[in-house]
Design a protein around this ligand. Sequence first.
Ligand code: UDP
Ligand code: MG
Length: 323
Amino acid sequence: MLALGGKKSLELLSIVVPCFNEEATIPIFFKTVERIRGQIQADIEYCFVDDGSKDGTLAILRALRQKSDVVHYISFSRNFGKEAALYAGPRHARGDYVVFMDADLQDPPSLLPDMYKAVSEEGYDSAATRRVTRAGEPPIRSFFARLFYRLMNRISRTELVDGARDYRLMNRKFVNALLELAEYNRFSKGLFGWVGFRTKWFAFENVERVAGETKWSFWKLLLYAVDGIVAFSTVPLIVSTMFGILSCLASFVGILFVVIRKLIIGDPIQGWASTICIILLMGGIQLLCTGILGQYLAKTYLETKKRPVYIIDELKLRGGVDH
Ligand code: UDP
Ligand code: MG
């Protein structure tokens, strides 16, 4: 960007922060990022997205905006989920660059200067981060997370990096590509890979939350994983078709066997238990496959309704311009 005097003016970096019940962490987050602000050769604006918090998050954002004119916020009418917040943020942020950061400082701000350099000077379109350790996380959660990534990379053509965070700095080109994917069932970790472009990866050790509690229960994470699989792979459908073909073949062979045996040795009343087992097995496989099919149908159903991804209750953007 060129200013009037021909002197190069600074470009703008928008920091998008999804917040759901984060009253304890937002002030610490803001203070910490402000401290490293001088190390980044850009103007900075904050775009907090209050995802229908029930605590004092919105009051804190209002107060912060009173104090600092680089703070902006969007508040949803209810909790729409982090994915909706990650979609709303960059749609309203004005920056030449956009970075997603969690409010709990699990995304270390100390990486920001290098990430910014990678995208603004080194020719990358995005700077992404991944955790190399999961220390401090419940072991069962780490186990299922690993399993999910291994499975996803087998069954989907979109690459998913194990431990990848949503903490990512992108240039406008990347952000606009992301925003063009206006789907309802959003799975950002997959969308980032899907849009392509050149990405530089930064690794860091896991950091624990500064305050407050995680908003992801095991159940919520499991549903999120199913969302991810359904959004980025149709392999489960193929697997269920295979199940169907295999069980058809098996029952065909079985029928032949029973008929021939009847013709040769007659029909003693035998094999009741094995028949029941086979009926149960077949019933189970059918239900499983119908369930898998149902998942895709349900997602298609939601997608065809074309509901908005989020609804805004309050919007405070720069210079008092509220849309
Ligand atoms: N978050 C959100 N909406 C939700 C759940 C979480 O905006 O429904 C935000 C949350 O405020 C935080 C970020 O997403 O800034 C990551 O959430 P959290 O730290 O609870 O997840 P974890 O780090 O445990 O995976
Ligand atoms: Mg967290």
